[in-house]
Write a protein that binds this ligand. Structure first.
Ligand code: MN
Ligand code: MN
Length: 466
């Protein structure tokens, strides 16, 4: 019998729930064995973490690998995407599996598992995306929940891309998910408003990237958010609004929750880092995403929403399209694939812009990037915390390091970068995934295919605790 390896992370500052304290962390095999003053322990390996932060591995529940969209496919697959994730301190990801025309949901799940096979470096899960809500497709919802994929996404827009689901179908999906113990994720933008704005602008010669944002104003998002929250009121289901990017959205979510509705929302890194000013640049197509980047005042409100809890977490919405594909929009914004790569820089940017600049506390930061995504998406208590018996997914982080983020310093597979010369405070030194040191400085030791499927189960009593 081979002996189970033990590693002691000594003397680091450990963030565990609301407590920040100096603790040793003992890893035994794949799990955290103990936290305490463990300096007498005999171990196989020791790491000196004095002066460093010891954080739970980040959880990114919103990434698009091999995503076919707007005449292209995202360049992150389960190898390149999880490689960038690992460098960014992300030890669990959840990817989307779009239902293809004529296909059922179980087969999309199977296809995604095959895509991941032999490739993933960190642990991964799947959300199905319903695009054709036929009766037999809705019948599969309980099966998906059983397969450990209890979160399903629907789009309220992108009719022309074949993704949109009508409100009447959303209601049926919400009911089925409620009964099966699942949660609906929605991309909330009002399709009618966008479908009216885009051709009108294009025909008037208003084709620059800035018009992308003007064609999808905050009002388009707010209308859709109001509608899906109303469906929750009527069905008593659980709803998660992805990539929320308006101040009014925060108010709507806050109001629904104070009524006792089971409604949660995330925002994404890019809405917290960039404003719509980026779209005015010559290379503005880099920042075309949907919902679009917003004004400075909305960005300030998003940070405030993260602080006061109405916005529950931050994901990346990693949608990494090649420069060649982004250039489809060079002459006309409506042809540019909507999306920004971001799986790698989320933890660094949130720490630097959030904690280091005093907008959020260190504890809140850990909740936003790790603990809450794990809790809401059915990965707790295995992921998202450093408690004994949790998986030893650990980031060792130097809070004082200074560096410049740009294309050269990142490992994402895109041949361009939206993150150019950003001054960063704080640096990831080491990353452990299930007890294995996978990142050490510039080196990655993870073997292809070591990542495991995350069989998820939602915690139905979570409402009261958030
Ligand atoms: Mn979306
Ligand atoms: Mn997305």
């Amino acid at each position: 019998m081979t002996k189970t390896k033990t590693t002691l992370i000594r003397g680091g500052t450990v963030v565990l729930g609301q407590t920040v304290s100096r603790q040793d962390v003992l890893i035994r095999g794949e799990r955290i064995a103990a936290l305490d003053n463990l300096s007498d322990h005999k171990v196989d390996a020791e790491i000196d973490a004095a002066g460093l932060l010891v954080l739970p591995g980040a959880v990114d529940t919103h990434v698009h690998f091999n995503d076919e969209f707007m005449n292209t496919t995202s360049v992150h697959d389960y190898y390149t995407g999880t490689l960038a994730a690992a460098y960014g301190g992300v030890t669990s990801i959840i990817d989307f599996s779009n239902q293809s025309p004529g296909d059922n949901l179980m087969s999309t799940l199977k296809n995604k598992k095959e895509e991941a096979e032999g490739k993933a470096l960190v642990d991964w899960g799947i959300h199905s995306v319903i695009t054709e809500p036929r009766p037999e497709v809705l019948d599969e919802i309980p099966l998906l929940v059983e397969e450990g994929a209890p979160t399903i996404k629907c789009y309220m827009t992108y009719r022309n891309e074949g993704l949109m689901v009508e409100d009447s179908d959303l209601r049926c999906i919400l009911e089925r998910l409620r009964d099966a113990g699942g949660m609906l994720m929605v991309h909330a933008e009002d399709n009618d408003m966008i479908e009216e704005n885009v051709p009108r602008m294009i025909h008037s010669g208003l084709t620059r990237p800035g018009y992308h944002a003007k064609s999808r104003p905050p009002e388009a998002e707010n209308r859709a958010i109001s509608r899906c929250i109303q469906l929750v009121r009527e069905t008593g289901s659980r709803l998660f609004i992805v990539h929320m990017a308006t101040d009014k959205g925060i108010e709507l979510v806050g109001a629904a929750r104070s009524e006792g509705q089971d409604v949660f929302a995330e925002t994404c890194t890019h809405y917290l880092i960039f404003t719509d000013k980026m779209l005015e640049r010559e290379d503005g197509i880099k920042w075309i995403c949907s919902p679009p980047l917003r004004s400075q005042s909305i960005q300030d409100r998003l940070w405030a929403g993260l602080q006061d809890g109405r916005v529950s977490m931050v994901s990346s919405d990693d949608a990494a399209y090649s420069w060649e594909a982004k250039l489809f929009g060079a002459e006309s914004f409506d042809k540019c694939p909507n999306g920004i790569p971001g799986i790698e820089p989320r933890l660094n940017l949130l720490y630097s812009e959030g904690v280091s600049k005093g907008r959020i506390t260190l504890q809140r930061f850990v909740e936003l990037v790790s603990t809450t995504p794990a809790n809401l998406f059915g990965l707790a208590p295995q992921k998202g915390t450093l408690a004994p018996s949790a998986d030893a997914d650990i980031v060792i982080f130097d809070p004082h390091a200074k560096w410049t983020m740009n294309q050269e310093s990142l490992h994402m597979a895109t041949d361009w970068s939206a993150y150019e010369n950003i001054e960063i405070r704080g640096k990831i030194e080491k990353v452990f995934s299930r007890g294995e040191l996978i990142i050490d400085g510039d080196r990655c030791f993870a073997k292809k295919g070591r990542g495991r499927y995350l069989h998820r189960r939602l915690n139905q009593s979570i409402k009261a605790s958030l």
